[in-house]
Write a protein that binds this ligand. Sequence first.
Ligand SMILES: *Cc1c(COP(=O)(O)O)cnc(C)c1O
Length: 465
Amino acid sequence: MNLQEKMFEELKTKEIFEQARSYAFEYAGQIEKMRVFPTQENLDQLKNFEEKMPEHPTAANAVLEQLHRLGSPGTIAQTGGRYFGFVNGGAVPVAIATKWLSDFWDQCGGLYVASPINAKLESVCETWLKEIFNLPKQTVAGFTSGTSMANFCALTAARYRLLKNLGWDINEEGFYGAPKLKIIAHKEVHASIVKTLVLLGFARKNVTWIDVDGQGRMLVDQLPELDNGTLVLLQAGNVNSGSYDYFDAICDKANEAGAWVHIDGAFGLWAAASKSLCHLTKGMEKASSWAVDGHKTLNTPYDSGIVLCKDPDALITALQTHGEYLIYTEKREPILYTTEMSKRGRAIELWATLKYLGKSGVDAMVTGFHEKAKLLAEQLKASGYHIRNKVVFNQVVVACDTEAETKQILEYVQQSGECWCGGSTWNGESVIRVSVCSWATTDEDIERTARVFVAARKIVGKMET
Ligand SMILES: *Cc1c(COP(=O)(O)O)cnc(C)c1O
């Protein structure tokens, strides 16, 4: 059999798909029992992937067997209930199933003619997201790999519009000799915003950095004079504390001056979908653009980010793509709203997740993260830990009496295999950062996690004496 015949055979017999399915189910079946972070031995096993590129084809079942044997134990148990690192989020089961199905479609999501179904679901998701977030009618959405790229698309649109306001066409003239824009950000903006500012040619030095309050929110009274050449960068969900900037007050000022406000709401924008938490995002609809993830709070599988922009003309013109072979129809053309050309049909899983949860399901899930974050904060506080933030959303910033103790405890927690949290620096202090953002986290998971912290304190305390 030649290679082509073999591949037809693999599709026909479906054996490798049954094999993959059985590995996947075995994995899913033990997710709550497995270590949240692999053992050193598991990690050492990954070295076995360091092979010479094969001269000849490998049997398909051997490829899968190797991946499962060496790879599965080397994974992070992110779809379980006790992974609290970064703000990664779990994955809603039906969205994983949807991804399986759409993997067989393997759609190229850039153009309507290349995937009508992806284009259609992008339109539907755009409408639904605008409704959930209560955004202005003219807002358009682009579907990206994550919030980093969504931030990039939004700020590219902002750069285009603001320079245009000042009589300059960046697409034609470039940056040489361009009028200077005023970039206003606070000192707690996310790294991806700083990266975008650098990529777009603004550079760090040209940013006016505003101080923040104890929760990481921009101090409104320190806002300088704004004009129609000003970009203001705000945040829905501080990456440590989960705090929200004062959108209402700042957007009013910005809109009066004709400035552009962008809100990075990677995980925090979803508070708008919760009846009990939507006060946090009050006024955010007055901004010009927003960036949000599906793969964090909404629990879609990776990768899924969304750029939302109230100025479609700026977004589309800034990200323009021309080519003789590109066929634009009257239908939605996904390529117009992001930097990417070929891309996954990622709106498919996003649609499935939103359809499955409905408004009440999104509300319940998001509200649940807050409830569980509060529960953990209470339990940790009761066992002598300091909680350094107001737990307004899903983030808990934890510290011990001394920095050394915090670091040792973090290490203990990370190596416990029972749960996993990351570290950070908050207001100049080393802290443990807990992010509750998986649908799979139960109250029992929170209690188990709290027990790990209690044990850590005893053991680290003994080490010190
Ligand atoms: C995670 C995060 C980002 C980056 O999003 P990606 O999806 O990882 O690209 C940006 N801003 C904030 C506040 C985040 O939490």
